[in-house]
Design a binder for this molecule. Structure first.
Ligand code: HEC
Length: 137
């Protein structure tokens, strides 16, 4: 009888442990289309900008790469950008390792802007606002 009790308590504790373990880990659901991946990137740029403005070092987060993702009906074919999307990821990563991250940040945001001037002018105002002035570099 006592053994049964111990076994049941052990099983209950096990379940509780697993539930705690699972709820502690946030599951990252990666975007499966270009538009959402871009929105994720905009959010991340705002986060990095805020950290750099406060002279903090931003941590690099897990993000979904643009290359290969299907685009929405709002833009025409994006196949011509694929090579640039690949190069872009390296530039993005440089912001987190550079001696002068604000300068790298400006390079990234300027390349967001360069492409968006051609394909999708909507977010240009928000992007322009993020450029660090030369006096701060
Ligand atoms: C080489 C081209 C290119 C670059 C570089 C690029 N974008 Fe985009 N972006 C696009 C295209 C194309 C779309 C439209 C995607 C769609 O609708 O499927 C888009 C969409 C967006 C949207 C979504 C707008 C909406 O419909 O809600 C945001 C926000 C955005 N981009 C931000 C960024 C940011 C921030 C960067 C730089 C970190 C960036 N983009 C770099 C091409 C680019």
């Amino acid at each position: 009888m006592k053994r049964l009790l111990i076994v049941s308590v052990a099983i209950l504790l096990g379940f509780a442990g697993i539930t705690l373990f699972l709820s502690d880990r946030e599951e990252y659901v990666p975007p499966d289309n270009l538009r959402e991946a871009m929105q994720e990137r905009m959010t991340d740029m705002l986060r990095v900008h805020e950290a750099l403005s406060n002279d903090e070092v931003p941590e690099q987060r897990q993000l979904t790469a643009f290359a290969g993702l299907p685009n929405s009906i709002h833009v025409s074919d994006v196949s011509e950008y694929q090579d640039f999307f690949v190069i872009f990821e390296n530039m993005y990563g440089d912001m987190f390792t550079s001696e002068n991250p604000k300068q790298k940040f400006n390079i990234v945001i300027q390349s967001c802007i360069a492409c968006h001037q051609n394909v999708c002018p909507g977010p240009l105002r928000s992007m322009n606002r993020l450029i660090f002035p030369a006096t701060e570099l």
